[in-house]
Ligand binder design. Structure first.
Ligand code: HPA
Ligand code: ZN
Length: 341
């Protein structure tokens, strides 16, 4: 990995914390909770990470999250991710968690959020600021999402917004219109996965019905020129996840990913890891992969780093401070490396 990519100040806006659970930690937690895993070793788990689409991943991802029972488990998983952030100079991260994956197994909402939140508080010592987003599983009912929103209400001070993830096809945003209306009325910001596997119509619904501040993924927007114009004019951020898109066969390989076209269309593109333990890398590996395979210029890389902070749910003052940090870094790195172009 290029050290300047590792050290570039970065923001991450699309990471499912359950997707940061590395096989080694999954095994350690399974052992202390006396849960049997259907694999003999962490290596065997990693070998099983071959996916043909989103659903083939989700089946394994939900099974992996089944080892998480106690506050300490959620703390350890989140802390391990924050240590990775610190090592890659991720200065700010906005983390999704999927409460229903746990409450449906009998793990209380409070257990999940207490463990994650305590790690986020401690993470400030690592120089990583954070926000938390409560995400609803769209393959479950709107009633289940509404009940989850109710469970989240006592913890609203710890949450910046709500999101929508899991199996996209057949579960359009309109299914959750009433839940998102209620969430916004309670003061939550909203985001939604749309246009990962689903059509541009799902992105329109997320914008017009769920009134989202950002689109998670959104790579299929290029199929609809009116949608591209709408997103570009309003600078509605897309949280693009390059390694995820290749692993889940949204694109055949990194060389055919459309990130460079999205940037060229004037969109506010951000780079993210999605589920780093499953997709072969954290945020820096995603930046490295697009630099290597899409021939991104240093100017484009600088823009992508800036976009992450610009699109974050941070105060104008915090954004300005972090953007100045990015610009200072690029001015220095450019001189030191010399041959960057
Ligand atoms: N898409 C939808 N749901 C998810 C994803 C994703 O990429 N990762 C974790 N849950
Ligand atoms: Zn995602």
């Amino acid at each position: 990995m290029d050290t300047w990519i590792r050290d570039l100040p970065k923001a991450e806006l699309h990471i499912h914390i359950e997707g940061s659970l590395e096989p080694e930690l999954m095994f350690a937690i399974a052992q202390r909770n006396q849960i049997a895993l259907p694999y003999p070793s962490a290596v065997a788990v990693r070998d099983a990470y071959q996916f043909s689409n989103l659903q083939s991943f989700l089946d394994i991802y939900y099974a992996g999250a089944g080892v998480l029972l106690h506050e300490q488990d959620f703390y350890d998983m989140t802390w391990a991710y924050l240590e990775r952030c610190a090592a890659q100079n991720i200065r700010h991260t906005e983390i999704f968690f999927d409460p229903q994956t746990h409450t449906d197994r009998g793990v209380p909402f409070a257990t999940v959020i207490n463990g994650i939140y305590q790690a986020l508080v401690d993470g400030k010592q690592l120089g990583v600021s954070s926000q938390l987003i409560c995400s609803f599983l769209r393959h479950l009912s709107a009633e289940s999402a509404m009940a989850t929103l109710e469970q989240a209400m006592p913890f609203q001070d710890w949450l910046v917004g709500v999101g929508l993830d899991s199996s996209e096809m057949g579960h359009p945003p309109v299914k959750f219109q009433a839940v998102f209306d209620r969430a916004r009325a309670e003061g939550f910001l909203t985001v939604a996965h749309a246009g990962e596997e689903g059509p541009p119509e799902y992105i329109w619904q997320a914008l017009e019905l769920l009134k989202v501040s950002r689109i998670d993924h959104g790579v299929r927007c290029l199929e609809d020129p009116k949608l591209v114009a709408y997103l570009a004019e309003r600078q509605i951020p897309l949280t693009v996840c390059p390694l995820s898109n290749v692993k889940l066969c949204v694109f055949d390989d990194m060389a055919t990913h459309n990130l460079k076209q999205l940037l060229a269309a004037g969109l506010c593109v951000t780079v993210n890891s999605d589920d780093p333990a499953y997709f072969g890398g954290y945020l820096a590996e995603n930046f490295q992969a697009i630099r290597d395979h899409l021939a991104l210029t240093v100017t484009e890389m600088h823009q992508l780093s800036r976009n992450g902070f610009q699109a974050a749910f941070l105060s104008p003052e915090a954004k300005a401070t972090l953007l100045a940090e990015v610009d200072r870094f690029m001015a220095t790195a450019g001189r030191a490396i010399g041959n960057l172009s």
